[in-house]
Design a protein around this ligand. Structure first.
Ligand SMILES: [Zn+2]
Ligand SMILES: [Zn+2]
Length: 290
C-alpha cells in the first residue's frame, strides 16, 4: 500500500505561493510579489510551478542547522504584526525596536559562531548547482565554469588533463534542471533572460552536436567560387597594382594567399581589408562586402 505521508506536497504555482505567504504572515500585500521575484533573480527558484534550486536547499539546510530562528516564519510574522500594532497606535515604536534588536542580536551571534561551517555548507550547495554530469571522455565531473575572459562554458574538472568542453550562451541565467539526457547522462539546462520566456536548451552536449551539424550543412550549401588563376583576375587589381605586387615579390595567386596581409598592405600602400578580401578570393571564398 502507498503511504500517503511519504508523498511530497504538490508544487505551488506563484498564486498559491502568495496565498501561503499571506497565511504565514510573510510580507505584505505590497511586498510579496517583490519577495518572489527576488527569489527568481537570485536563482533560488525557477519555473512555475515554482521549483527550488540546489542553492536554495543549501541555504535552507544550512540555516536550519546553524540558525533555525531565521528559517521560521514566526520571526517575520511577529515583526509584521508589531508594525501593524505601531500603525494602530497599540504599542510604542521603541518597544518593538528593542525587541527586534534582541532578536537580531541572537541571530547574528548564531551565524557568527558557525561562520566556517556555514561557508562550507553553502559552497557545497552552490557547487552542486554547477555540476552537469560526467565527462564523456574521462568520466570526471563536468561543471559550469568561467574562462579568463569571463565567458561561461562547461568544462571538465579534470582540466588540464582533460580539455573536454561545451559552449554555453553568453547571456541569461543558467539553471541546471533535474532532467537527464538519455544519451549523455547530462543534466538539461534552462536559460532565463529577464522579461522573456525561459529557454529550454536541453542537454548541452546534444545541443552542441546539433549546432555543429547545422554549421556544416550551412557551409556545404555555400556556393564556392572558382579560384582565380592569375592576380589580374582579382577584383580591383589593375596594371598598376599588379606591378606593385610584383615589386613586393607577389606574382601568383598562391603567393598572395600566403602573404602577411598587414605587411603587404604597408608595402603596397593599400588597406589591409582589401588585401584580406583578395586573400579570401584567392582561397575560393566569397567576399561579402567589397
Ligand atoms: Zn574529462
Ligand atoms: Zn545529450
Amino acid at each position: 500500500m502507498l503511504d500517503k505521508e511519504t508523498q511530497p506536497p504538490g508544487r505551488y504555482g506563484q498564486g498559491r505561493l502568495i496565498n501561503v505567504m499571506e497565511e504565514l504572515g510573510l510580507g505584505t500585500k505590497a511586498t510579496r510579489h517583490e519577495i518572489i521575484s527576488k527569489l527568481y533573480s537570485r536563482a533560488y527558484i525557477h519555473g512555475n510551478p515554482v521549483q527550488p534550486t540546489n542553492t536554495s536547499f543549501a541555504v535552507m539546510d544550512t540555516l536550519e542547522k546553524y540558525s533555525p530562528t531565521i528559517t521560521k516564519p514566526d520571526m517575520t510574522k511577529l515583526l509584521e504584526e508589531n508594525m501593524d500594532k505601531i500603525a494602530e497606535g497599540k504599542i510604542k515604536e521603541e518597544a518593538v525596536l528593542e525587541e527586534s534588536r534582541e532578536m537580531l542580536k541572537q541571530v547574528f551571534s548564531e551565524l557568527d559562531k558557525n561562520r566556517d561551517n556555514i561557508i562550507e555548507s553553502l559552497q557545497a550547495g552552490l557547487r552542486e548547482d554547477k555540476i552537469i554530469g560526467n565527462c564523456s571522455l574521462c568520466g570526471n565531473e563536468l561543471m559550469i565554469r568561467r574562462s579568463k575572459r569571463g565567458s561561461r562554458f562547461i568544462g571538465c574538472s579534470n582540466y588540464p588533463n582533460c580539455t573536454f568542453s561545451l559552449p554555453l550562451p553568453k547571456s541569461g541565467q543558467i539553471i541546471v534542471i533535474d532532467k537527464l539526457c538519455e544519451t549523455h547522462g547530462l543534466h538539461h539546462i534552462r536559460i532565463i533572460n529577464q522579461g522573456k520566456r525561459p529557454w529550454d536548451l536541453g542537454c548541452p552536449q546534444c545541443n552542441f552536436v546539433e549546432w555543429q551539424k547545422t554549421q556544416q550543412e550551412e557551409q556545404a550549401q555555400q556556393p564556392k567560387k572558382e579560384k582565380p588563376k592569375s592576380i589580374k583576375d582579382l577584383e580591383g587589381v589593375g596594371k598598376a597594382i599588379a606591378g606593385k605586387l610584383e615589386e613586393a615579390g607577389i606574382t601568383s595567386v598562391e603567393a598572395l594567399a600566403e602573404a602577411d596581409p598587414i605587411e603587404l598592405a604597408k608595402t603596397i600602400k593599400i588597406s589591409v581589408k582589401k588585401v584580406k578580401n583578395w586573400q579570401t578570393s584567392c582561397n575560393g571564398g566569397i567576399v561579402e562586402d567589397l
